[in-house]
Design a protein around this ligand. Structure first.
Ligand SMILES: Cc1ncc(COP(=O)(O)O)c(C=O)c1O
Length: 432
């Protein structure tokens, strides 16, 4: 475990100057394959007897630096990067569950994840049961002998509710299953869910960790603390036909046993389904890591100021921001978020002038000048979107409401520009 402080790890973890060229900057290894010393070396690598690079789909040195850094920032034992947050979520589910298995998930999630859980995974024989993230006990009620994991977003997209991670981890562990959290909206400069017992942390790197809207990527981080031997996860306790009949919980050498999840993730879904991160994008995310703590401070300051401004504006009906004292998420946010509440603010405009709140919200977005109208979050630039008709449009209105998404909700990802320019843009668009 690297004991240096967060800010130092963000800049340095995983990287030392390249010993061959002495380059201080990060190299990008653009190759598909790595040479073997001998036939025995090659077979040992494939048998996991030696760890090393084989083929970039399974890992590469630039991505390995990123994995080391992200594991250090989250306080985890190992990480695996993927080509998108979506593939990280999908492969995490396939690492833990197979046809006939179930899992319990919060219903307030990013819309693409809801579709994956409600449609794609059931088509593969894996069934989801939805629970209410605000009530951890509702997860317990849905657990059966076939439940393989619990799943939540640490700050739900887009309603910005915050589940109590410690309570959920306790329920998961009582049932000998891991708690998997998507922490995309709370990057590790704000919150480290493993400190509250989460076993697997997922991020869409495309958001704040990349930080500049420049590349797609995802990561899973394994805490290294979950007891797979005593687990109710047969993919770890029974022989795995995907990997020479290996029992991941029992058969790994002692030094690898704690990171059984990361190893199965890499060598089964990543290896055989193939959504690997490109080394060039790994480089972009490493550059993003270096400024993560600085950017999150400013995103949080600006987010809070924008939320307060909207709360006091006569055209605004309601605002959600976990850092506002009156927000329903505030009690959990106060406990879990150590350095600010981030840059996401959602709100609804009042109906008026013969128009619905939704119509006025959509017009408001069109009138913004500094904010970009895009379906993304986590950029240094301020962004705005209307989730009900974009990011969450594959869900029915009933499903949207169940996940806390009101039709009029406007989603703002507050950037790191000067706050006066941000507030000025909100003001002029509201006035129009
Ligand atoms: C909370 C959350 N998780 C996962 C994803 C998917 O990530 P990606 O777009 O990198 O596939 C998103 C995308 O918006 C998201 O908001």
């Amino acid at each position: 475990m690297d004991t240096r402080r967060f800010e130092t790890l963000a800049v340095h973890a995983g990287q030392t100057p390249d010993p061959v060229t002495r380059s201080r900057g990060l190299p990008v290894w653009r190759t598909t394959a790595y040479t073997f010393d001998s036939a025995e070396h090659a077979s040992n690598l494939f048998a996991l007897k030696d760890l090393g690079f084989i083929y970039t789909r399974l890992g590469d040195p630039t991505s390995q630096i990123l994995e080391t850094r992200l594991a250090a920032l989250e306080g985890g034992a190992a990480a695996v990067v993927t080509s998108s947050g979506t593939s990280a979520v999908h492969y995490a589910a396939l690492t833990l569950a197979r046809a006939g298995d179930e899992f319990v998930s919060a219903s307030n999630l990013y819309g693409g994840t809801v579709t994956m859980f409600k449609v794609l995974l059931p088509d593969q024989g894996i069934t989801v049961k939805f629970a209410d993230a605000a009530h951890p006990e509702s997860f317990r009620n849905q657990i059966t002998p076939k439940t393989r994991f619990l799943y939540v977003e640490t700050m739900g997209n887009p309603a910005l509710d915050m589940p109590d991670i410690r309570a959920l981890a306790d329920i998961a562990h009582e049932h000998h299953i891991p708690l998997v959290v998507d922490s995309t909206f709370t990057p590790p400069a704000l919150y480290r869910p493993m400190e509250d017992g989460a076993d697997i942390v997922i991020h869409s790197l495309s958001k704040w960790i990349g930080g500049h809207g420049a590349a797609m990527g995802g990561v899973v981080i394994d805490s290294g603390k979950f007891d797979w031997k005593a687990s109710n996860v047969p993919l770890f306790t029974e022989p795995d036909a995907n990997y020479h009949g290996l029992r991941w919980a029992q058969d790994l050498p002692a030094e690898l046993a704690p990171i059984a999840f990361a190893l199965r993730f890499r060598t089964v879904p990543l290896r055989n389904l193939g959504a690997c991160l490109s080394p060039d994008n790994a480089w972009i995310f490493l550059i993003g890591c270096e400024t993560l703590h600085v950017r999150m401070e400013r995103h949080s300051q600006n987010g809070l100021a924008a939320a307060k401004f909207l709360k006091n504006h006569p055209e605004v009906a309601w605002v959600r921001y976990p850092g506002l004292e009156e927000d329903p998420a505030y009690p959990v946010a106060k406990k879990q978020l150590k350095n600010g509440s981030g840059g996401m603010v959602v709100f609804g405009i009042k109906a008026g002038n013969g128009q619905t709140a939704t119509e006025r919200g959509r017009q408001f977005i069109e009138h913004l000048k500094l904010f970009s109208h895009v379906s993304n979050v986590g950029d240094a630039k301020s962004l705005a979107t209307h989730p009900a008709s974009t990011t969450h449009s594959q869900m029915s209105e009933e499903e949207q409401r169940a996940s806390g998404l009101q039709p009029e909700l406007v989603r703002l990802s507050i950037g790191i520009e000067h706050i006066d320019d941000i507030l000025g843009d909100l003001e002029q668009a509201l006035a129009r």
